[in-house]
Design a binder for this molecule. Structure first.
Ligand SMILES: [Zn+2]
Length: 106
């Protein structure tokens, strides 16, 4: 009967907070459902673990995009550079912006 009681408690919590407070974890490999008890309904992950894992994944994806843009830039990106004509290779920062990659911080 413990499960029933837990479900009842959850149902009551959801009713008290409103249906918009129910969320599904945004982490790629997680489908946990959570009740958002944050003051401004900004919760995106079921746990700290998912949150930090997703942040690390996003960071890696950003770094990967940066590395790819850097490789493109270094390997003659200036030839097919779609922006204004540069006499020389455009500044990497500009190139990354054109390529839709945030130069970000290292
Ligand atoms: Zn999760």
């Amino acid at each position: 009967m413990l499960v029933g009681e837990a479900l009842l408690g959850l149902a009551k919590l959801v009713c008290d907070l409103g249906p918009t407070r129910l969320g599904v974890c945004e982490a790629a490999s997680c489908d946990h459902v959570f009740v958002d008890t944050s003051p401004n309904s900004s919760r995106r992950y079921c746990s700290e673990r998912c949150s930090s894992r997703a942040n690390v994944a996003a960071y890696r994806a950003r770094r990967k995009a940066q590395a790819e843009a850097l490789a493109l830039w270094a390997c003659g990106g200036a030839v097919s550079y779609p922006g204004p004509r540069f006499k020389h290779t455009p500044p990497l920062r500009n190139f990354m912006r054109e390529a839709g990659v945030s130069p970000g911080t290292r």
